[in-house]
Design a protein around this ligand. Structure first.
Ligand code: SDX
Length: 435
């Protein structure tokens, strides 16, 4: 197990006195890892970590999170700086290639993404199979999965060029598919992408323009939505990214793997929290109800949780939530909703919770989802579309992790084991012998 000149830890079975040396490996930042890859072969043991609270599933160079300090870096750049000074497509490039693009690289990248935003005309038919009141995330699971039936020229995932083509298509087409899901829900005609608009402007145009009249994108709103995309672009080995990695570890079709990621993101404990936060804020109604809401969130007999609060990794304020709160104020001011009652309720709820011993002791802070719904609603995005926008943005991270995993010569199919507590071996009982 351990090799010479390696830092090691020793695992000892106190009941037998047997022990094993395990290699200890350091990254460039963050906790060291204990290499247990040979544990089963050498000690006939598994580690046990439901929910993967203490498990590093892979080596990655893309994103680093320090949950105690509330730090989020993408390829070493703090999220606050990227949100303020970069744009979403530039961050998508950074996530995928590891460096910020130079002017030539950026022009090529943006040009290529822009020219891949249209979807195959036959894909439009998939939407009419859904009820108009289908949740847009159900539609996105379907249509993104359906992309796997359309592009047979980028199926060899071991060919870097074909991986690059699939990556461009995914990043480029998600806004189009997302906007189509909205248009289908509201019964308006689909709007085609416009290549003279940037990524965020194009998305807003496809969402809100109608063929009957010209639509001018508000630059404050397009800048805000671009910043929101940046804040949601990637987040290390979260549930949906881990789902994409596990699905793609079998060599599955990239579009099908992204559909799996969308399905995982949909859950209210993950990307579905932004929609759940807004529903919670609406249910709270008046600030007078906040003490009762906080009480219920602390009540172990209740399964109610303060949505948008808490995080598996952040035991400090989610740095994305700080930027989102600032964006909230900017957009609401621009739209003349300075005194949005939902924002008032959210800020009072945050104030009360952050002073409460339960939240302080358990280190529960607002996460990225706490304020995002307020700003999206103010921009006219329907609540059911909030997680679709999260999936749109997170596609940049999913694609970067998909590329990183497939480029790793040591990558293998993900296949966890288990602690088995079922029946021990027993013989079959014929039907006429059963009680
Ligand atoms: C995202 O992984 C990522 O990076 C995700 C994400 C990304 O960008 O990909 O950051 C996006 O998913 C953000 C999280 C959005 N979800 C929510 O806002 C839903 C509400 N939050 C929780 O359900 C919860 O905080 C989780 C799911 C986010 C984290 O859960 P953990 O890490 O499994 O923590 P836990 O459930 O073990 O909670 C620890 C304790 C528990 O109390 P005890 O059993 O120890 O007594 O804190 C309590 C929990 O009951 N707790 C909460 C709470 N969150 C945790 N109590 C009240 N309200 C909450 N929101």
């Amino acid at each position: 197990m351990a090799t010479d000149n390696q830092r090691t830890v020793t695992l000892t079975d106190d009941s037998t006195g047997k022990s094993w040396k395990l290699n200890l490996t350091s990254g460039t930042m963050g906790p060291d890892v204990i290499d247990i890859r040979k544990l089963q072969a050498d000690a006939d043991m598994f580690t046990f970590d439901p929910g993967y609270t203490s498990t590093a599933s892979c080596e990655s160079k893309i994103t680093f999170i320090d949950g105690d300090k509330g730090i989020l870096l993408h390829r070493g750049y703090p999220i606050e700086e990227l949100a303020e000074k970069s744009d979403f497509l530039e961050v998508a490039y950074l996530l995928q290639f590891g460096e910020l693009p130079n002017p030539h690289q950026k022009a090529e990248w943006v040009g290529s993404i822009t020219r891949h935003t249209m979807v195959h005309e036959q894909l439009i038919r998939f939407y009419s199979g859904f009820r108009r009141d289908a949740h847009p995330m159900a539609v996105m699971c379907g249509v993104v999965g359906a992309l796997s039936a359309f592009y047979h020229d980028s199926l060899d995932i071991h060919d870097p060029r074909q991986r690059e083509i699939a990556s461009h298509r995914l990043i480029a087409k998600m806004p189009t598919l997302a906007a189509m899901a909205h248009k289908y829900a509201v019964g308006q005609p689909f709007m085609y992408p416009q290549n003279n608009l940037n990524y965020a402007e194009n998305f807003l145009h496809m969402m809100f323009a109608v063929p009957a009249e010209a639509y001018k994108v508000n630059p404050v709103l397009s800048r805000a939505i671009d910043k929101i995309f940046i804040l949601h672009a990637d987040h290390e080995q979260n549930a949906s990214t881990s789902t994409v990695r596990l699905a793609s570890s079998s060599g599955a079709n990239p579009f099908a793997c992204m559909a799996a990621g969308i399905a995982s993101l949909w859950g209210p404990a993950h990307g579905g929290a932004n929609e759940a936060v807004l529903k919670m804020l609406m249910q709270i109604g008046s600030k007078d109800n906040i003490p009762d809401v906080v009480r219920r969130a602390k009540d172990k007999s209740s399964d109610f949780r303060l949505m948008g609060f808490g995080h598996r990794v952040y035991k400090n304020y989610d740095p994305r939530a700080k930027v989102m709160r600032q964006t909230c104020h900017e957009v609401l001011s621009e739209l003349g909703h300075r005194n949005d009652p939902l924002l008032e309720t959210a800020m009072e709820l945050e104030r009360v919770a952050l002073q409460d011993d339960y939240f302080i002791e358990k280190k529960l802070y607002p996460n990225v989802d706490f304020y995002s719904g307020i700003v999206l609603r103010a921009m006219g995005i329907p609540m059911s579309m909030f997680t679709v926008l999260f999936a749109l943005a997170r596609t940049a991270g999913w694609v970067a992790h998909w590329q990183e995993q497939l480029a790793d010569p040591h990558q293998k199919i993900g296949r966890p084991r288990q602690l088995y507590t079922g029946p021990t071996t027993r013989s079959f009982v014929p039907l006429d012998k059963r009680a």
